[in-house]
Design a protein around this ligand. Structure first.
Ligand SMILES: *Cc1c(COP(=O)(O)O)cnc(C)c1O
Length: 339
């Protein structure tokens, strides 16, 4: 393999072109064979439901190169299943799990030279998405769908990598309401979140921490990652119907349990901020990002000293990394080598 000539250790979290992407069409009640293409543009009807009624869902996962030079997926099946749940909620045609997995394998193999080398800290980000592409003007679900996956090599989501970030409690803008679509990965949720994130960045924070829409009292999640905190031997993370349930969180909670920690998934009140010792954000892009501080109004709560993550967050990060990068054992069978 002739690896792409890229500065892998210094990659930003940004899009770049690779060799190909893969596309499947759903029409006449069935899925087409997937097709690899070098075309980075798509042609669709201007009245496609994804364009004006937001019939769009997506996923995000990473491919890691192991010390032995092979490459692997991490919990691919969970992404496939969540993609189906997202589709169902927006009355879109679910992509069968087998097609989803096959598509990831094919597009990754076709772009093998873009998988960053082990040790660079970078990985190959995989972005599957599904679009409603029938022409409609009434508000109704599309009959036809386009399923695309592109890949792009990425560095850490937050510029500094495993360095604590500052969060700000968002007291005005709500991310999602009960009964809504906050629990699925649809593009509209992100369109609605940008003004909060940009506002936080202008004030010098990396991200916001959203509150529950009903009472404004409980922590929901951050912009694109779930929140957790450490108190004594407890791993505490919000239970909420308005957050996107993170696969990274599910995995780290399991690791915490196996470290002998007690996992509490329950409503987490803002008043508890003062009692936490460490905190972090969880997501495919963010991996585990330590939280340095949470600012709530004029109060700032600190969870990292001298810009360094605390011991529990660090241990969780190392244990997760060892599985994702194929360095240690994978006791749960979360990874799968792409042959
Ligand atoms: C994708 C996403 C996450 C992280 O989920 P993972 O499965 O860990 O990648 C968290 N919150 C939101 C809003 C997301 O869209």
């Amino acid at each position: 393999m002739d690896r792409a000539a890229l500065d892998f250790p210094n990659l930003p979290f940004a899009y770049m072109d690779t060799d190909s992407n893969i596309r499947y069409k759903f029409s006449g009640g069935k899925w087409s064979e997937g097709e690899l293409t070098t075309d980075t543009t798509i042609t669709m009807h201007m009245a496609s439901t994804c364009l004006h009624y937001g019939q769009e869902i997506f996923e995000g996962l990473k491919i890691f190169e192991r010390p032995d030079g092979r490459i692997q997926t991490f919990r691919l099946e969970e992404n496939a299943k969540r993609f189906q749940r997202s589709a169902a909620k927006l009355l879109m045609e679910p992509v069968p799990v087998d097609i989803f997995k096959e598509a990831v394998h094919r597009v990754v193999k076709a772009n093998r030279r873009f998988v960053p080398p082990y040790g660079s800290g970078a990985s190959l980000y995989v972005r599957p998405y599904l679009l409603g592409v029938s022409a409609e003007v009434g508000v109704r679900p599309s009959d036809d769908y386009l399923f695309i996956i592109f890949v792009t090599p990425v560095g850490p989501y937050y510029k500094a990598g495993f360095t604590p970030v500052k969060l700000m409690v968002e007291e005005t803008i709500r991310r999602a309401a009960p009964g809504g679509v906050g629990d699925i990965k649809c593009g509209g949720n992100y369109a609605a979140s940008m003004r909060a994130t940009m506002g936080a960045k202008e004030k010098g924070f990396s991200e916001v921490l959203y509150l529950d829409a009903k009472e404004g009292k409980y922590i929901d999640e951050s912009g694109s990652s779930n929140f957790f905190a450490i108190k004594g031997n407890k791993f505490i993370t919000p239970h909420s119907e308005t957050i996107l349930s993170s696969i990274t969180r599910m995995s780290v909670a399991q690791i915490a349990r196996d470290m002998g920690m007690e996992v509490e998934q329950r409503p987490v009140s803002l008043d508890e901020l003062s009692g936490f010792e460490e905190a972090g954000c969880l997501g495919t892009a963010a991996v585990i990002t330590p939280v340095e501080s949470v600012t709530w109004g004029d109060k700032e709560y600190l969870y990292a000293k001298d810009g360094k993550a605390g011991p529990k967050v660090t241990e969780l990060y190392e244990k997760l990394g060892s599985i994702q990068w194929g360095e240690g054992e994978d006791p749960y069978n979360w990874t799968e080598v792409i042959e």
